[in-house]
Design a protein around this ligand. Structure first.
Ligand SMILES: Cc1cc2nc3c(=O)[nH]c(=O)nc-3n(C[C@H](O)[C@H](O)[C@H](O)COP(=O)(O)OP(=O)(O)OC[C@H]3O[C@@H](n4cnc5c(N)ncnc54)[C@H](O)[C@@H]3O)c2cc1C
Length: 329
């Protein structure tokens, strides 16, 4: 085995956990438990540049009861727990700055219920957004929140993830309907429902979304689904400044018109772009033939993906208003 036997960052001290806790975790979880350095170091970092102590041990949860048992044991010994999705966080979320044990939920990756008729899906927290979209592909629906990384739905809910599609579809704040959560005492609670109309009591779903693992470990997530757009269009818009990009986008949302050579003149959004059938985006069908660079007008329900707002203009249609659009290819 290629497991390192020395710490990757020997200058960093790690916080030991009580031996009795590690013994209890080992007995309860068997092969689902690891105190090996390689596992601890893998779970003690994310995509950020920080290096700090790894957790004292890792529990690989396979069901909600595993999470509850691990949290209860850690609570008995007053040791922190750190939920782990796939570690795509950019902000040092996963670093064991106070020591603790990591609870990896990535094995909890079952899609529990696809409710195509009411546009919702319920998954275990370790399902990633790509796995989710693969699972719902045949329904003609998709889950649009895309933070770039193939993150878990639990991690995305915990960090209230956004991404490229947020302007049109919202972030996790708008798209999480219900959760199952293991609280700090190891209690399993359910927040929210699939029903849109619900105004009774505290909105614990909103409290948990964005709580970054500090209020509990999310074990199930119910989110909204959307119809796949009939067409997808990609375009590059270049603006002189951040302010003009923001104003251009804002005007488009209000008027459904895009800046062009003569400013905001072309009603219906006529501009240079590249359009392809949504089936191409999901890999479900062949790309539609299209003459690249042709002026096109998207259908009302087309989905425009702006790419590279800061990219330099490389076309002959640089505009007086500072905005130009060019085909991708
Ligand atoms: C290239 C790249 C681009 C990115 N772009 C964006 C972006 O545009 N917008 C954006 O919002 N994010 C972006 N991110 C950040 C990243 O995608 C999010 O942090 C992601 O939502 C984290 O999910 P994860 O499964 O990797 O969680 P992890 O990184 O494993 O964990 C992140 C945090 O969530 C907690 N957590 C994880 N799972 C659970 C759970 N089941 N219950 C409770 N707490 C949990 C962890 O304890 C930790 O605090 C980007 C990341 C990368 C690598």
């Amino acid at each position: 085995m290629n497991a390192p036997t020395l710490p990757l960052h020997p200058e960093i001290l790690s916080y030991p956990a009580p031996a009795a806790l590690l013994q209890a975790l080992s007995e309860r979880f068997g092969a689902q438990y690891s105190a090996a350095l390689v596992a601890r170091e893998q779970h003690g970092r994310d995509e950020s540049a920080f290096t700090v102590p790894p957790p004292a041990a890792v529990v690989f949860a396979e069901r909600t009861q595993d999470v509850a048992d691990a949290v209860k044991l850690a609570a008995q010994f007053k040791v922190p727990v750190i939920a782990f999705g796939v570690g795509s966080s950019l902000e040092g979320h996963l670093l064991a700055v106070q020591g603790g044990i990591s609870i990896d939920v990535s094995r909890m990756n079952a899609v529990l219920a696809i409710n195509a008729e009411d546009l919702t899906v319920t998954v275990q927290a370790g399902v990633t957004r790509k796995q989710l979209n693969e699972a719902v592909k045949s329904t003609g629906l998709f889950f649009p929140v895309d933070p770039g990384a193939d993150a878990t739905l639990g991690g995305m809910a915990a960090t209230r993830a956004s991404g490229t599609n947020a302007v049109r579809y919202g972030t996790m704040r708008e798209n999480v309907l219900a959760l199952e959560v293991v609280t700090a005492q190891g209690e399993v609670v359910r927040t929210g429902t699939r029903a849109k109309k619900s105004s009774a009591g505290y909105d614990l779903t909103r409290l948990m979304v964005g709580s970054e693992g500090t209020l509990g470990v999310i074990t199930e997530v119910t989110v909204r689904l959307y119809p796949l757009p009939e067409a997808v269009m990609a375009a590059t818009c270049s603006f002189d400044s951040l302010a003009s990009a923001v104003i251009g986008r804002h005007l488009h949302r209000r008027t459904r018109r895009w800046p062009s050579q003569d400013g905001l003149s072309s009603a219906g959004g006529r501009r240079r772009g590249h359009r392809h059938d949504a089936r191409h985006q999901t890999g479900a069908g062949p790309r539609q033939p299209h003459e690249s660079g042709q002026d096109i007008c998207p259908p009302a329900n087309a989905f425009l993906i702006p790419i590279g707002l800061d990219a330099p203009v490389a076309t002959d249609n640089a505009s007086a208003s500072g905005a130009a659009l060019r085909p991708l290819h």
